[in-house]
Design a protein around this ligand. Sequence first.
Ligand SMILES: Cc1cc2nc3c(=O)[nH]c(=O)nc-3n(C[C@H](O)[C@H](O)[C@H](O)COP(=O)(O)O)c2cc1C
Length: 356
Amino acid sequence: MPGSIFGKAFQVSTWGESHGRGVGAVIDGCPPRIPLDERYIQAMMDKRKPGQSAASTTRKEEDRAVIMSGVFEGMTTGTPIMIMIKNKDAKSDSYKPFANLYRPGHGDFTYQKKYGVRDWRGGGRASARETAGRVAAGAVAKAVLEMEKIKVTAYTLELGGVRAKGIRAKKNHLDSVYENPYLCPDPDAAVAMDKRVCEIRQQGDSIGGIVEIIASGVPAGLGDPVFDKLDAELARGLMSIGAVKGVEIGAGFEAAVKTGSTNNDPVLPEGFASNHAGGILAGISNGDDLVMRVAVKPIPSISIEQTTIDINNQPETIRVGGRHDISAIPRINVVCEAMVYLVLADHLLRQRSIQK
Ligand SMILES: Cc1cc2nc3c(=O)[nH]c(=O)nc-3n(C[C@H](O)[C@H](O)[C@H](O)COP(=O)(O)O)c2cc1C
């Protein structure tokens, strides 16, 4: 069964492996006459590029997104849009020592069990490189949503146990996200995060954290009441990103310890008095900001010695050196934005189709 297609009305498939010739996406269902060019897509791609914080890999990928089809004279034509990103800085030889070993925390073991064959160069399809295609597709969805003034911003809430403080209380906190390389609206926390990343790098280890994502300008009425609930679709989209291990919407797990009277959002003529619902009620957007958080696991590749087995089930030890991120945060932040843009574009078009 194929599993690389996402969305119903705004449908995206990604393709490619870490050390193959390239990665990319095909978008089918994008409406015509949306302004779009490579520069617009590249601006979003550049946010995912390595080398922008100390937590990032030293792999130098230019990540140049090329539009192969579906755009003419700066406008979408309504036909499939294919975007290609060539792989340039792949050093496959450094993965040879692991070709017959299962790296702990990676998909090596499960891919072998599922397919009986795997591209061991850089994690193949399970590599974070696949997310370049998602970000390119997310940029197309963003262009569609920009016409509706819908905006998605992801920022770092926590990294390696360092938590940002008081950010929601700050007015316009989303404006300061890009003021430091950790994409954290609390500048003091960003300094502490950098210190933590440097300590962890010295130890040859890795860290995880939490990314918070806000979608503003979302009209009431997007989503569906049952299987395709907007929160279910957002959770699926976000959870499909490598390294994401948990998704919360609104109050999330905290809702479990609240009472009805403290969790309900009172309804006033001018809107909701609070937003514990995270902008979604019964699977449908309520016009408030959508609020999501994802838990990101520590990067599996670490240079500390670990135990594993080879493909013949023989015990081995392994140290995964080489070029890798210390944390998927902050590079994962724009991938989260892309997945939320994709879900919202899909549901916007689905909603339009029932209102016609
Ligand atoms: C933006 C991003 C960057 C990542 N960088 C790395 C990396 O450099 N090294 C690594 O081992 N895993 C990296 N990962 C995580 C792996 O892709 C992921 O943990 C692995 O495929 C196993 O999948 P799972 O975490 O969903 O179980 C990254 C993930 C993302 C989204």
